[in-house]
Design a protein around this ligand. Structure first.
Ligand SMILES: Cc1ncc(C[n+]2csc(CCOP(=O)(O)OP(=O)(O)O)c2C)c(N)n1
Length: 279
């Protein structure tokens, strides 16, 4: 079932605000990771504003859905969306990466509420999510565990150990989404270490697999709902390979490896904000 036009328009406005915030935060800190934040904007927007159950006034509510953001460098996006979701006022987001700020360069669950797991060292978020999914089952919680992976971190062996154990333990309460933007820190994933065929790899490890356009919020929404169904019927962990564009929404950042970890200068910020506004 598609999202209503009204809901879709509301989510598009959220994405626009998030993109502006991402760019301003990176600019203010003169560092950070705009590229991989812009690629995952629609994915997290659908999760936070159309799918997940959580309570910003009670971040440790036991029955909440858990989201492990394994690409823990996507902080401009994560803090911006948590502010929008009501975890922070958001008026101090531009202290990003400053000494003493809760908004550090990599997410830290002890510093900023709403962060489920401290990550940044790539490759361990999947194991954390598997542990949470097992824990939820043991506690008989009526919730789900979501996991956002980058594609670069699929080059880490630890990720595949977690993938293997998720199907072994029949974790139908786990939905992973891979932000398949095809670029890692310093180049194309396929030039650094071949990942394809990712879908067949997950299938061979016993997962249910879907592939979607990771900027189409109807596709994201429906694919996530499908994982709920499969989880219940087949007790399989599910992955959604979301094809995205690194730097999405800013023409000069799109598909450009440079913008993995570089902040826009004054001129670039103005240009980028104007483009996002026009979208
Ligand atoms: C274990 C580990 N090694 C190296 C790094 C440095 N690093 C930061 S981001 C990154 C790769 C970024 O590419 P990808 O993981 O695909 O993320 P995205 O493109 O979605 O931003 C690397 C290697 C790290 N964070 N953790």
């Amino acid at each position: 079932m598609p999202l209503s036009d009204e809901k879709l328009n509301e989510l598009k406005l959220v994405c626009k605000d998030l993109r502006k915030s991402i760019l301003k935060m990176a600019h203010a800190a003169n560092s950070g990771h705009p590229g991989g934040s812009l690629s995952a904007t629609e994915i997290l927007t659908v999760l936070y504003f159309a799918i997940m159950k959580y309570d910003p006034h009670n971040p440790n509510w036991h029955e909440r859905d858990r989201l492990v953001i394994s690409k823990g460098h996507a902080t401009p996006l994560v803090y911006s969306i948590l502010a929008k979701a009501g975890y922070y006022k958001g008026d101090d987001l531009l202290t990003f990466r400053r000494l003493g700020s809760p908004y550090q360069g990599h997410i830290d669950r002890l510093k900023a509420p709403g962060i489920e797991a401290s990550t940044g060292s790539l490759g361990h978020g999947s194991s954390l999510a598997v542990g949470m999914a097992l824990g939820s089952r043991l506690d008989k919680l009526n919730n789900r565990v979501y996991l956002l992976n980058s594609d670069g971190e699929l080059q880490e062996g630890s990720t595949w150990e977690a993938i293997m154990s998720a199907s072994h333990y029949r974790l139908g309460n786990l939905t992973a989404i891979v932000d398949r933007n095809r670029i890692q820190l310093d180049g194309w994933t396929e030039e650094t270490m071949t990942l394809e065929p990712i879908n067949k790899k997950y299938e061979a490890f016993g997962w249910h697999v879907q592939e979607i356009d990771g900027h189409d919020m109807n596709q994201i929404y429906n694919a996530i709902l499908k994982t709920h169904e499969i989880g219940i019927k087949e007790h399989k962990p599910c992955v959604i390979i979301a094809h995205t564009v690194k730097g999405k929404g800013v023409s000069f950042m799109e598909d450009e490896v440079k913008w993995h970890g570089v902040a826009p200068n004054d001129e670039e910020l103005a240009k980028a904000l104007a483009e996002v506004e026009k979208e």
